[in-house]
Design a binder for this molecule. Structure first.
Ligand SMILES: Nc1ncnc2c1ncn2[C@@H]1O[C@H](COP(=O)(O)OP(=O)(O)OP(=O)(O)O)[C@@H](O)[C@H]1O
Ligand SMILES: [Mg+2]
Length: 459
């Protein structure tokens, strides 16, 4: 017999509860973020009781900790992003766009882990039938005798399966399809997602079984459901990739057991996700340094750094007013850069057509792209190629001065990770920037000085 559930309103962003609907959350300031839900605290005494084990404050020096043991999943790129493997009892949230390959990655990890551990691994699917998962498993050769699959969305049933099977790892695909029968709201709602995640995580913590929870992302790119979901888990992994066609990038945006700077790179093939060990290959395959007019930029998109190629083509124009076409860059900024090149660096462009393009359909609107665009144009105008394995990074001002950009260290680290060995950057003025090992920084005060240095304008 269920007790009468108490209805509260909860903020989708921070989880703050209020007895009535509010237009603005008093805790986090988000607008229109309140949704109605059932106060799970009022109806879940049985599960909450699990937490009520007597506790006792202890001196931190006297706490016995056995150290964090790690269990490799067998997928090197995944282990690297996790910080060395799965930590017992940890909860990992894997998020990504529809169709990016979340189920593929988790199924492959489940297979490898089951084989390595020789213990059961449970794959709970709420989106597909067991038959559909089997078809995928056949294609991916994931048919380990230790790999179990169950099509289930009821939280209590899942918890029972986990208890009975005692798997070494549990995958929940996806949290938005799971529901707790004691909550009247629909699967995917704030309360359901939070309670189902809490129920699964609590079981993982108490049994020492790691759990990987798959989560969908919203159009804005955040994990669907409450923001609190990200606080509840130990690690948040993001699987990204549409811009690289077959390539998929795995990053940690939160990790309680390791850093968040690691990048895992995979290639999606017919037989599944294949690890790309030398990530620089993605880029260097297509990047041809024997051409003039190509400059590489480590672009930052949020917390993510992508290396993109900025290409320029400068050619004589038969027309009175030569054409300028810019793709992937801010139009006004690109016009400004051409004016700066002409006036401050002495590159004559007024009678020439100029085309600028960011390869791969990527849109780069940040000013950090200025230097790469300027070098690409100067390189094409002079038909002088740019130095090999070099990235360009810096904002160019109207006086031709080069200004510093955000996330410099992360961009340099990413460039080094992808095989580049030199960066042309703004002059460092006390910023705490370390050149990665074996990496050379060419610091510039202004654009003309930089172009002279690489023989793109006469000194
Ligand atoms: N037969 C196939 N051959 C090659 N690649 C395939 C094949 N079937 C699927 N794929 C690839 O796998 C991707 C879908 O992978 P997966 O189902 O793991 O994604 P997902 O992130 O779990 O999607 P969803 O959000 O729908 O659950 C497809 O976009 C495609 O790239
Ligand atoms: Mg899926």
């Amino acid at each position: 017999m269920s007790r009468k559930a108490k209805v509260v309103f909860a903020c989708r962003e921070c989880g703050h509860n209020a007895p009535k609907w509010l237009g603005r959350c008093p805790a986090c300031g988000a607008w229109n973020s309140f949704v109605e839900e059932v106060d799970a605290g009022s109806i879940k005494p049985s599960r909450r009781a699990m937490l009520n084990t007597p506790s006792r404050p202890q001196k931190i020096s006297e706490v016995t900790a056995t150290g964090t043991t790690r269990m490799a999943t067998g997928i090197g790129e995944l282990d690297r992003v996790l910080g060395g493997g799965l930590v017992p009892g940890s909860a990992i949230l894997l998020s990504g766009d529809p169709g990016i390959g979340k189920s593929t990655l988790t199924l492959q990890a489940a297979q490898r882990f089951a084989e390595a551990e020789q213990r059961p691994v449970l794959y709970v699917t709420g989106e597909e039938s067991a038959e559909q998962v089997k078809l995928r498993a056949e294609r991916l050769s994931c048919l380990s005798g230790h790999l179990y699959v169950v099509a289930e969305t009821n939280l209590d049933a899942i918890r029972n399966h986990v208890r009975d099977l005692a798997p070494a790892l549990c995958i929940v695909d996806s949290i938005q399809t799971m529901y707790d029968q004691e909550l009247p709201s629909a699967p995917g709602s704030v309360g359901q997602v939070r309670e189902c995640a809490a129920g699964i995580i609590m079981q993982a913590k108490s049994s020492g079984m790691p759990v990987v929870i798959v989560g969908h992302v919203t159009k804005e790119g955040t994990v669907a459901g409450p923001r609190t979901l990200e606080h509840m888990v130990d690690t948040v992994l993001n699987f990204e990739g549409e811009k690289f066609q077959a390539y998929r990038l795995l990053r940690a945006s939160k990790n309680r057991f390791g850093g968040t700077g690691e990048l895992g790179v995979f290639e999606m093939r017919q037989e599944g996700l294949v690890e790309v060990e030398n990530a620089s290959r993605i880029f260097l395959d297509e990047y041809d340094n024997s051409r003039s007019g190509c400059a590489i930029l480590p672009a930052a998109e949020g917390t993510r750094v992508l290396l993109v190629e900025v290409q320029a083509l400068v050619s004589p124009s038969p027309m009175q007013s030569p054409r300028r076409r810019f793709t992937g860059l801010d139009q006004n900024r690109a016009h400004m850069l051409l004016a700066v090149l002409e006036r401050r660096a002495g590159i004559r462009l007024s009678q020439l057509e100029v085309y600028l393009n960011v390869v791969g359909g990527v849109m780069v609107e940040e000013p950090a792209a200025d230097l790469a665009a300027c070098f690409a144009v100067a390189s094409s105008a002079n038909e002088v190629k740019l130095p090999p394995a070099t990235v360009f990074l810096g904002e160019v001002g109207l006086a031709g001065e080069i200004r510093t950009v955000s996330q410099m260290q992360a961009r340099l680290d990413e460039a080094a990770k992808l095989g580049f060995t030199q960066a042309v950057v703004p002059r460092l003025r006390g910023e705490n920037i370390r050149a990665p090992a074996g990496f050379k920084l060419v610091q510039l005060g202004n654009l003309r000085e930089g172009l002279e240095r690489f023989y793109l304008v006469e000194g």
